[in-house]
Structures are given as structure tokens and as C-alpha cells.
Design a protein around this ligand. Structure first.
Ligand SMILES: [Zn+2]
Length: 401
């Protein structure tokens, strides 16, 4: 089998897989319609998935009398689990799902500033989670890890400003810790993949995702493809300068966006002004109570985020901007400001029709990103291919009902 044939075969498997994930209980005929593939191909893929015990079929309840009885197809509940992890300096957030992405377990643990300790904690957590739920480790289909930092194409963390780590072969380390398939990527890029699979961008090909936790990251999809840049470091929106010589950033520079608008920065700025808040939910409550200091800090964060996003809009003309991570907590206070700055600073035609919205994945955007990475790896798709594009093509093949 040549490379092209093998890629096409993988693409077909992934189309059928995602069609069944999104429409469980479909008949083979419905999968043909949803994917735009021909009957023989769908039948072959369904046979292959069944042989690998990833798919179950049972008779479809009959509606009316006409036609042959049909079978409904589902991804098999017993096939195994995916695990998604968000690795942050203060916290490790873990989620496990069934093969079709349904969340079955959730955990939050303290993080670690020491890379070796953090990695072994990931290993212990994954093994512990599987044991607690009676899932053999061999049934873990893949583990995906979102890392806040600059990851190169080979899974090496070149720089994690808020972790204090640099030049760490993090993917290799995770692979030696865990005896299951492991995938790792920059946290925001992983979250963007999750938006295309489970979130707000299932049919959108041109979007920007902004995630703020300890820092601020972004991921850009253009024509259905994630833009990674030459070495893989594209998307470091948090380090765009908004105030030359301004506040000190985790990267060592001054005046970066994330020194004003990340979760950590907003909390630090409030504390400097004598308003101590535990988290952004508390900040949001203060803004609602019309606390002047909280409003000023949040409005300034929105202004600076809007300025940077206006430049992104002028450069890349996205259809949608999605805000995720901790900022979701203060979205009601931040989004009107961001929209106003975009109207002011983005060129008219570039901003026309632009939608600015909050990620539906909430605080789990990156953990679900880990699930998306694991699913992507499990289906062994080359990373340059895009589910978004595939799904859009598949949808176009479905006649309007
Ligand atoms: Zn910076």
C-alpha cells in the first residue's frame, strides 16, 4: 500500500468515526449520507472498526413498515478510554472520556514546578484513574497533554515561561513514564483542535482561539488548517507588546499583553490595588457589584486584548474569535470591551460579520484539547490534516433536509 492509499484509508476511517461520534445510532445508509463516502467504502470501514472491537451494531427500531430492517451503529462503549490533561504550574487537570468523547471522570490535583515531579505525577494520576474505575491500562487508547509553552514539531518544550522550564523533551519523558500512546502539544493548539471536534468551531474553518490561564496563548486556523509556523511556535499572542517598558512579564520582557490580561495578571493587579481575589469568579462578582477597582482592571484588560485582536483581525480576517480558559469567568465584563475595540481598530471589511464568543468548553478547553490530541493520534492522522475541513466537506455532501 503506498503512502497516499494509506492516508486516504485513514481519512475514511476518521470520517466514519466522527460521523458515528456525532450521530450515534446512525444506520450505514445515514453514515454514507453524512460522510459523502460511497457505500462500499463505508461498509469496508464499518467492517474494519467492528473487527477491531471499536464498533457495535444492533437492529434499529422499526418506524413504519416499508423497507428492509436497518441496523444502528455506535462506537463501542467498551472499546476503551481517552485521557486529556492540562499541565499547569499550579494545577493538573485531568479528564477521561469514552471512545466517543463522553466525559466519564474528572480530577484536579496540585501541579509541580519541578518537571520530573510533574511528569511522574501525570503517570501516577493516569494509572490511579484507570485503577479506580476498573479500566485496564491496556484499554487506554491514548493520553493527550496540553502544555503552556512553546512546543516544537517534535514535542520538545523550547520554553514554558510560566512553568520556568526550557528545552525539555517533554513528549519523550511522558512516553517513558506511561506505557500507553501519549501525545502532547501547546495547550492552546490542543484546545483549538477540541473546538473543531467538540466545541464552537465544528463547521468554522477560519478562527482564532484565545486561552488565558497562567498566561495567554492563541491558535489560528486558516482554511481549516492550524497554523504552526516554521518551528511550531506560532500563536504567542500573550507576548505581543501593548505597553512598551510596561509591566514585567513571565517571559522576562516588559509590557506584554499577558502581563495585563491573563488570569494571573488580573489577580496580581487587583492585589496591588488592595483588592485580593482568589480567582476570576470572585473578580466577576466584584465587577457585577460595581466595584470601581475591579471594573477598571478588567476594562483595561479588555482594551488591551481588543487592541491585539484587532491586529490579528487585520492580518488574518477570521470569521470567529473564541475566548476560552479562565477569562470565560469574566466574559460578561470583558467581551463588550473587546467588541468595542474591534469595531474601533479593525478595518471595516475585515471586521464585518466577525463573531466574538466564549468557548463552550469552559474551563475544560485544554483538557478536552488533550482528549482531541489523543483521538487524533489514535486515528493516526497526520497532524497537517484538518478535521474541520473534512467535516465541512462531509456536511456539504449531505443534501438539505
Ligand atoms: Zn511576555
Amino acid at each position: 500500500m503506498d503512502v497516499n492509499t494509506s492516508i486516504i484509508r485513514q481519512l475514511n476511517v476518521s470520517r466514519v468515526f466522527h460521523a458515528l461520534r456525532e450521530r450515534p445510532g446512525s444506520s450505514q445508509r445515514e453514515v454514507v449520507r453524512a460522510t459523502g463516502l460511497d457505500r462500499a467504502t463505508v461498509s469496508a470501514v464499518v467492517g474494519q472498526l467492528e473487527e477491531e472491537a471499536l464498533l457495535a451494531r444492533r437492529p434499529k427500531p422499526r418506524r413504519g413498515r416499508a423497507g428492509r430492517p436497518e441496523e444502528e451503529l455506535r462506537l463501542s462503549e467498551d472499546a476503551g478510554w481517552f485521557v486529556g490533561i492540562r499541565l499547569e504550574p499550579r494545577e493538573l487537570r485531568v479528564v477521561a472520556t469514552t471512545i466517543d468523547g463522553r466525559v466519564v471522570a474528572h480530577e484536579q490535583l496540585p501541579g509541580s514546578a519541578d518537571v520530573h515531579e510533574a511528569i511522574s505525577r501525570v503517570g501516577d494520576t493516569v494509572r490511579g484513574l484507570a485503577e479506580a474505575h476498573g479500566v485496564p491500562v491496556s484499554k487506554l487508547l491514548g493520553v493527550g497533554v496540553g502544555v503552556p509553552g512553546l512546543m516544537d514539531h517534535g514535542g520538545r518544550l523550547a520554553l514554558g515561561p510560566n512553568l520556568g522550564w526550557h528545552d525539555v523533551p517533554i513528549l519523550d519523558m511522558l512516553r517513558s513514564e506511561l506505557a500507553v500512546p501519549v501525545y502532547a502539544d501547546n495547550d492552546t493548539k490542543a484546545a483549538a483542535l477540541a473546538e473543531t471536534l467538540f466545541g464552537t468551531c465544528r463547521t468554522v474553518t477560519d478562527f482564532v482561539l484565545v486561552i488565558a490561564h497562567s498566561g495567554i496563548g492563541s491558535a489560528l486556523y486558516q482554511a481549516g488548517m492550524l497554523q504552526r509556523g516554521w518551528r511550531g511556535y506560532a500563536g504567542e499572542l500573550g507576548h505581543v507588546k501593548v505597553d512598551p517598558g510596561g509591566r514585567l512579564c513571565g517571559c522576562g520582557g516588559h509590557g506584554c499583553l499577558e502581563a495585563y490580561a491573563s488570569e494571573r495578571a488580573i489577580l496580581a493587579r487587583l492585589e496591588e490595588e488592595g483588592v485580593a481575589c482568589r480567582d476570576l469568579a470572585e473578580v466577576a462578582a466584584r465587577v457585577r457589584e460595581r466595584d470601581a477597582v475591579a471594573r477598571r482592571v478588567v476594562e483595561d484588560a479588555a482594551e488591551k486584548l481588543g487592541m491585539v485582536l484587532a491586529t490579528v483581525v487585520n492580518l488574518t480576517n477570521p470569521q470567529r474569535i473564541v475566548i476560552g480558559g479562565g477569562l470565560v469567568e469574566v466574559a460578561d465584563a470583558v467581551l463588550p470591551g473587546v467588541r468595542a475595540v474591534l469595531r474601533r481598530d479593525a478595518l471595516g471589511p475585515s471586521g464585518e460579520g466577525l463573531e466574538v464568543m466564549v468557548s463552550a468548553l469552559g474551563a475544560d478547553a485544554v483538557t478536552m484539547g488533550g482528549i482531541a490530541l489523543a483521538m487524533d493520534g489514535f486515528l493516526s492522522l497526520p497532524s497537517w490534516l484538518s478535521f474541520g475541513q473534512l467535516r465541512r466537506n462531509a456536511r456539504e455532501a449531505v443534501p438539505p433536509t
